[in-house]
Structures are given as structure tokens and as C-alpha cells.
Write a protein that binds this ligand. Structure first.
Ligand SMILES: Cc1cc2nc3c(=O)[nH]c(=O)nc-3n(C[C@H](O)[C@H](O)[C@H](O)COP(=O)(O)OP(=O)(O)OC[C@H]3O[C@@H](n4cnc5c(N)ncnc54)[C@H](O)[C@@H]3O)c2cc1C
Length: 535
């Protein structure tokens, strides 16, 4: 067996009950960076890491990412009785909703606007009670939100909480469970299996970081039995013609992504007449469209909007009379990004049994770009169509060029090639990059036995264990967008992240790492939540 530097001679990565412990410079021999031996070896020994001069921190579990996925997983584990010093969250952000808040803000959901998910999807409350609607009703002393959930979606749109309410709840829960104390800032470079069991997770601390678990160094190795990966989206991918345009013209001004800050478009529209071309038919396109339409109304602007759909939906669609989705004027309509039964109904149980191509086909059937049907948006678009300032078209862009400060898009339509001139093109297609573009995931594919699921993302078991990456008694779990295509479809949602967290906590309870969240613990813990007491 490999020697360890644990003073008690125990095997650190397999214990699960040992709190954070630092093994510093005493064991170091080299410059504290990755060596050729480490870079090329699938399995690392403690001696290899020590020889490289990289300080080792022992902690039973690390969560990589630090966003909403890490947060809800840590929340479950804290409620299941895990002490804060048994968990480290390795992250390049300062608070869990930072990336989410950035993406929602730039895609036109500032704190005062309502997000997409429902009243009970509370990432700050594993019980979903009180729901956001109840909390808002009590806070604002109004019955409005409760009435809305009662009559939705027939007589009212689905109730959804304001982004600000979600962030305030997350902040409160983060404080309650001691989340900030578990976060170590830095960039995770890789996770490698350890000979003897468990893993090494290599963190590159920020160059100006004050010493935290270890002394300032180029790298720190976290030696743990369990690793949880929740790294969010691997990155943005632009449609080829948009990418070509941006690269050729070095122009990040006229052609923008809805996931980038593009406030200059709205600012310019307030000073002069502009034509904006929108691309995409999902919720982000609806949001950007709403902002353009709101500003038009609020400031009396003359903005013209040309909305291009690649797949134009003109009515209800689906394989049969029972399996249809509403649609019209280009959009496919659906309250949430998946049918509700994905989170706990028939569809959830059917998906758990599907493998390979059958699963891929099921995803194709229920997926696809869609947006909620909201009465306000419908009224605004109708007004725009009637007055002629909002036009839709269907087609594929073949080429884009710049002429007299305008972006000319050559669009191939059923009627032939049409040229559309616009001051700005806002891309709301939101294509995600391949997960192998994420360095940590690429490394897992290459060195740690991880594989791809039928949709090409990380292949996880029903309890979110990363298939093929076991190391002795150690396990890697993964949740979020990187696992889309697995046995549970709603992974990239608050509720989906919580369902994954629950599966992970149950599996860790079976392994003796934490307690089980049964009826008694759950009731007692809810009371602690309600009174703001630590778990
Ligand atoms: C615009 C938008 C709106 C959405 N609205 C909703 C909604 O209304 N309801 C809903 O349920 N879901 C919604 N989602 C989906 C999903 O719930 C959120 O995206 C959520 O933030 C996903 O959590 P996550 O932890 O997987 O990713 P994130 O919250 O993005 O966190 C992952 C973090 O990992 C960090 N990271 C990555 N690699 C490394 C590394 N190597 N080292 C250190 N850190 C790293 C990233 O910087 C990132 O901050 C929305 C998504 C988007 C984009």
C-alpha cells in the first residue's frame, strides 16, 4: 500500500470522518507545481504529490464549482448531519448565485423580474415549504400570489418568483449552514484517482489569495474520499456564421450573445432609431424581446425588431393527440423547460429505465427549444405585429457582413435568399460548448475512466455517481448541465439539482458518511430552518 503522511498512519482518503487537515511544506521536495509524472499518470500516489512539493489538504468531501449545484448538495449534507469542516467547496466565485445572477441579469432578468421555475423550486429550502408564493404573500401582505398558484395555468400564468427573492433566500441559507466558511477560492485544474482509494483534486489558488487551508503555493492538492462536480455550463458556443463574423471583423459590438453584457444595444436604442435582429425561440429570446418592447413603450422609442426563427412553430405540435405542445407565431410554448412529470411523475420513472438510443429518442421528443406562454408578452407582440414594428421570419443565415455600420444577414428562406439589415444582432440561441472544452472534464475523460451518456455528456448512474471513475471506496458524483442525457432529465434546474443532491446524500448515508434524512430528522431540521438556526 502507498504510504500516507497521516500522523496516525490512517488511510486519509478512505476514512470519511476526518476533518480538514493540512500537510504543508515539511513534506515538499519540488516547486509546488504539477510535474510531468503527475500530468501523465492516471493514478497518483501520495509520494508523487509530495515529491512535486504540492501541499496536501485532507478533507472527506470536496465539491467543485461553488454555484447553485454545489450549494444545494452541501445544504443536503449539512442537514444530514455533516460538519462544515468535513466539506470544502472549491470555486472561482465568491457566492453561490454569482454566475446565475450574472447570466440572468445580462439575459434580462434583473432582481425585480420573475425567473422561470415555479413556486416550490426553492434552492434555499429542501422542503419547498413555505413556497415562494406563500412567502411573497406574507411579505407583501397580499393574497395575489396565492390566488395565482390556485388558478394557474388556466386562468393565470404560472406563478414564478422574482430573482431578488431567490437570491435573498440563498443568502440567508448560505449563512445558516456556514457555506462561506467551506469555500476555498481558486481554479480547479483536475481530479485524479489516488492509489489506495479516493482522489486528489488540484486547486490553483488566486495569485493574490491570502493563505486559507494551506500556505500560498502554486497548487494545493485536496485529498478526499468523495468528489462532487457541479461546474455548470462548459462555455458558450456561437453559431458558425456568428463566430466567423466576430472573428473576421473583430466586432463584439454589433453581434452579441444574450449571455454577454449587451446593455449598449438598449442604451443606443434610447438615443436613435435602431433595427434589432433577434435569433432564437427560447426563454432568453422572449426576455430580450420583452426588454426591447418594454423600453419602446416606456421611452416612446421607434425600435424595429426582426425576429428570426430557424424552426418556425405555427401551431400545436407533437407525435399524437395526447402528446402535443402548444405553439404559434414561431414559438413552442411550455411552462417549464421540461414537462412537470419529469420531476416526480410517470416520465421520471419511465426515463429511469431507458438506455442508449431509446433514452436519446425520449430526450428529443420532450426537449427542444420552448418558452412559457405569458399573457403580457403575447399582448406586446400582437401590438408590434399590428403596428409593423415586430416582424418574424423563418430561415437559416448563410452569411453576415458589415456595410455602412449595419450588419447584413443573408437569410435562406422558403421564398429564397433575403437580405436583412440591422444595427444589432442579438443571438439568443444559447448553444452550449461540448463538455470536453471544460478542462477538468476533459481530464476526467482522458485519465479517470469517465465516459459519455447518449447525449454526449457525463455518464452518471441513477444516484449521480460518475460511471467508471470509482477509486477504491471513493466516488465522484456529478450534477447539473454536464450530466444532461442521464436517467433524470431535469438536471439543469433548481429542483433537478436538489433531486440529484438528495440521491447523492442518500448514497453517502448508505456509505456511512452522513445520517439519513428520515421523518424525524427532516421535521426537526425544518424547524431549525424556519427559526434560522444552524443545522
Ligand atoms: C439565464 C438562465 C436562467 C435560468 N433560470 C432558471 C430558473 O428560473 N429555474 C431553474 O430551476 N433553473 C434555471 N436555470 C438553470 C440552472 O438552475 C442554473 O443555471 C444554475 O445556476 C445551475 O447551477 P450549477 O451549479 O450547475 O451551475 P452554476 O451556478 O453556473 O455554478 C457552477 C460554477 O462552477 C464554477 N466553475 C466551473 N469550473 C470551475 C473550475 N475549474 N474551478 C472552479 N470553479 C469552477 C463556475 O465558475 C460556476 O460559477 C437558468 C439558467 C440560465 C443560464
Amino acid at each position: 500500500m502507498v504510504t500516507t503522511d497521516d500522523p496516525n498512519g490512517r488511510e486519509p482518503a478512505a476514512q470519511g470522518a476526518q476533518a480538514t487537515r493540512v500537510h504543508g511544506r515539511a513534506q515538499q521536495h519540488a516547486g509546488g507545481d504539477l510535474t510531468e509524472e503527475l500530468l501523465t499518470s492516471d493514478w497518483w500516489t501520495d509520494a508523487m504529490v509530495q515529491h512535486a512539493g504540492i501541499p496536501i489538504v485532507d478533507v472527506p468531501l470536496v465539491s467543485v464549482g461553488g454555484g447553485i449545484g454545489s450549494f444545494v448538495t452541501v445544504d443536503y449534507l449539512r442537514i444530514a448531519g455533516v460538519a462544515p469542516d468535513h466539506i470544502r467547496v472549491l470555486s472561482n466565485i465568491d457566492f453561490p448565485w454569482q454566475t446565475y445572477e450574472y447570466l440572468t441579469r445580462v439575459s434580462q432578468i434583473p432582481r425585480g423580474e420573475r425567473i422561470r421555475s415555479d413556486s416550490a423550486s426553492r434552492p434555499d429550502n429542501i422542503w419547498g415549504f413555505p413556497s415562494y408564493a406563500l412567502a411573497e404573500a406574507v411579505h407583501d401582505r397580499t393574497l395575489g400570489p396565492l390566488w395565482q398558484v390556485l388558478v394557474e395555468p388556466i386562468w393565470a400564468d404560472y406563478y414564478t418568483p422574482r430573482a431578488g427573492q431567490v437570491f435573498a433566500g440563498l443568502e440567508r441559507e448560505a449563512k445558516r449552514i456556514g457555506f462561506p466558511q467551506m469555500v476555498v477560492n481558486g481554479q480547479v485544474r483536475m481530479v485524479r484517482r489516488r492509489q489506495g482509494g479516493g482522489y486528489f483534486t488540484i486547486l490553483t489558488p488566486p495569485s493574490d489569495a491570502p493563505p486559507s487551508d494551506a500556505q500560498p503555493t502554486q497548487r494545493v492538492a485536496y485529498r478526499s474520499s468523495f468528489v462532487h462536480l457541479a461546474v455548470g455550463y462548459p462555455g458558450l458556443r456561437f453559431l458558425p456564421e456568428l463566430q466567423e463574423f466576430r472573428t473576421e471583423h473583430h466586432d463584439f459590438h454589433h453581434v452579441v450573445s444574450a449571455y454577454e453584457d449587451h446593455e449598449h444595444v438598449y442604451n443606443l436604442a434610447r438615443t436613435k432609431h435602431v433595427v434589432v435582429m433577434l435569433r432564437g425561440g427560447g426563454i432568453v429570446a422572449s426576455r430580450v424581446l420583452q426588454r426591447l418592447m418594454d423600453d419602446r413603450e416606456k421611452f416612446g422609442l421607434s425600435t424595429q425588431i426582426v425576429h428570426l426563427f430557424r424552426t418556425y412553430v405555427s401551431g400545436s405540435h407533437g407525435p399524437n393527440a395526447w402528446n402535443r405542445r402548444k405553439g404559434g407565431n414561431g414559438f413552442a410554448y411550455q411552462g417549464f423547460n421540461y414537462p412537470k412529470s419529469v420531476w416526480g411523475g410517470q416520465l421520471k420513472s419511465r426515463m429511469r429505465k431507458l438506455e442508449g438510443d431509446d433514452r436519446a429518442r425520449a430526450y428529443k421528443l420532450m426537449g427542444g427549444t420552448n418558452t412559457p406562454f405569458r399573457r403580457r408578452w403575447q399582448a406586446q407582440m400582437r401590438a408590434g405585429r399590428e403596428a409593423g414594428w415586430y416582424r418574424t421570419m423563418s430561415g437559416t443565415v448563410k452569411q453576415m457582413r458589415l456595410a455602412d455600420g449595419m450588419v447584413i444577414s443573408e437569410v435562406e428562406t422558403a421564398e429564397g435568399l433575403i437580405e436583412v439589415a440591422a444595427d444589432f444582432v442579438i443571438d439568443c440561441t444559447g448553444l452550449e460548448a461540448d463538455i470536453a472544452e471544460h478542462r477538468v472534464l476533459a481530464d476526467l475523460f482522458e485519465h479517470s475512466g469517465a465516459g459519455r451518456n447518449p447525449l454526449g455528456r457525463l455518464d452518471v448512474e441513477r444516484d449521480f455517481q460518475l460511471r467508471g471513475a470509482d477509486s477504491g471506496t471513493g466516488v465522484i458524483y456529478a450534477s447539473g448541465a454536464t450530466t444532461l442525457g442521464g436517467y433524470f432529465p431535469g438536471v439543469d434546474t433548481f429542483l433537478g439539482l436538489q433531486i440529484a443532491a438528495q440521491e447523492i446524500a442518500d448514497d453517502l448515508a448508505r456509505r456511512g458518511f452522513c445520517g439519513r434524512i428520515g421523518t424525524l430528522r427532516s421535521t426537526a431540521q425544518w424547524l431549525r430552518w424556519a427559526f434560522g438556526r444552524a443545522p
